[in-house]
Design a protein around this ligand. Structure first.
Ligand SMILES: Cc1cc2nc3c(=O)[nH]c(=O)nc-3n(C[C@H](O)[C@H](O)[C@H](O)COP(=O)(O)OP(=O)(O)OC[C@H]3O[C@@H](n4cnc5c(N)ncnc54)[C@H](O)[C@@H]3O)c2cc1C
Length: 298
């Protein structure tokens, strides 16, 4: 890793930064240029400095990403821990910037006797990633709370947008091209914070009992097909415990793939393909990946 500073930029620019350091699967080749801004203005300045033909990728906590072993060409922007503003705006609204961990938003609301955001405690990513994915858990979905989003476009200009400007579905969000999330304004209700905190505790206990938490994974690899569960189909196809290289289908939750220590991105991708082909052959179901697969093969 080479760290350099750029004349008018205040953040840190690294070259050939291993993405394995920034993904929860702990795999992924180098990003050509990796920028960690100091704040939103600095980030806007970095975006303005990009040449028109340089590709751009925004990274949250890397908890839903398979970065291939050849890495990412162009620039990667890291928001985690940087865009970290979190405040109560009025009786019913919380503003959370893109780099804030979802779990922090859930706890912040409970402490202020605001209810409705408990499910965010179970999503191990940033608010920006949750907006991009419409992340959800335990019956809650990110965009059910959104009253407005702030975005930055590729030219560094700031926009405030309404949910109606986005097409939102199950783990899918489509909005204006070349815009990235800077912050979410979330609707919450005044309520009982203690009850909210104990609901969060209960949700986390439930997930610890059913998911291989603590091992390098990306959560659910496939979306649930309509009316069914990807994990049920994968288990029924006899794939629990099946491995390619260092990547294995979890024994605890069949829709999780674990890096047992020395997996490469290509091991994981090959296992994803094997699972997809087997479920398709056995049950005629075309599973759709929930994880985002990016970058180049080696
Ligand atoms: C153990 C475990 C359990 C999980 N459980 C759940 C679950 O219950 N429910 C669920 O929905 N997900 C779950 N996930 C997946 C993951 O946590 C979510 O998808 C999360 O929202 C991803 O956030 P992130 O910050 O890690 O995003 P990343 O993985 O860094 O990025 C994901 C996508 O979002 C884009 N993105 C990130 N930030 C921005 C931004 N500011 N603007 C525009 N695009 C952006 C990226 O470019 C990428 O395409 C789980 C993951 C793990 C490891």
């Amino acid at each position: 890793m080479n760290a350099t500073s750029h004349q008018h930029l205040r953040g840190e620019l690294r070259t050939d930064e291993p993405m394995a350091r920034h993904t929860s699967w702990r795999v992924g080749g180098p990003a050509d240029r990796f920028y960690r801004p100091v704040d939103a203005d600095d980030l806007a300045a970095f975006l303005r400095s990009l040449s028109a033909d340089e590709s751009l990728f925004w990274l949250g906590l890397g908890s839903n990403l398979l970065v291939r072993d050849g890495g990412i060409r162009g620039a990667v922007v890291s928001t985690q821990g940087v865009l970290d503003g979190l405040e109560q705006v009025d009786a019913n609204t919380v503003r959370a910037e893109a780099g804030v961990a979802c779990a922090k938003v859930a706890r912040f609301c409970a402490r202020r006797d605001l209810v409705g955001a408990e499910f965010l405690a179970g999503i191990p990513g940033t608010m920006g990633g949750a907006l991009a994915m419409n992340a959800g858990a335990f019956g809650g979905e990110t965009w059910n709370l959104v009253v407005a989003v702030e975005t930055l476009d590729r030219g560094g200009a700031h926009h405030t947008r309404a949910p109606a400007e986005y097409e939102v579905g199950y783990r899918s969000v489509r909005g204006p091209e070349n815009e990235y999330f800077l912050a979410a304004h979330l609707h919450v209700e005044p309520g009982d914070g203690e009850a909210s905190a104990s609901r969060i505790k209960g949700l986390l206990e439930r997930r610890n009992a059913t998911q291989p938490i603590g091992l390098p994974s990306c959560g659910s690899v496939f979306r649930n097909p309509e009316g069914d569960h990807a994990a049920r189909l994968i288990e029924a196809a006899g794939l629990k415990g099946v491995c390619i290289g260092g990547a294995c289908v979890s024994e605890k939750h069949a829709n999780f793939i674990i890096n047992t220590g020395d997996a490469t991105a290509s091991d994981i991708e090959a296992l994803i393909e094997l699972v997809w082909r087997t479920v398709q052959k056995e049950y005629g179901v075309h599973l759709q990946p929930e994880v985002r697969i990016v970058g180049e093969s080696q």
